[in-house]
Design a protein. Structure first.
Length: 98
């Protein structure tokens, strides 16, 4: 859970809805759902919380997460398994569950 005010999807204005929609288009389809193991281990630690922490500034949300989406492109040589491994190592180094 974030410690700042966030805007739930149900209350998003057009700017936020547009940023979320356009950002999601850049992610490979398999990233559309969270891994069951993550939900089971820490139900409150979801991607929605990470994204939610950026909802007050839709333009920043779009640019931050669209950059990550471009790095996940299937046209690049890394597999999802390799993406997850890199993310895990970075999270451990940062002492962050995500």
């Amino acid at each position: 859970m974030t410690w700042i005010r966030t805007i739930p999807s149900s209350q998003a204005d057009q700017s936020l809805r547009s940023a979320l929609t356009e950002m999601r288009k850049l992610y490979p389809p398999e990233y559309g759902t969270e891994a069951p193991a993550v939900r089971a281990a820490a139900p409150a630690a979801t991607a929605q919380n990470i994204t939610g922490s950026h909802t007050l500034i839709p333009e920043a949300l779009y640019h931050a997460f669209s950059t990550y989406g471009a790095l996940l492109s299937p046209d690049l040589p890394l597999s999802r398994r390799q993406h997850e491994l890199i993310a895990t190592v970075v999270s451990v180094l940062n002492e962050c569950f995500y």
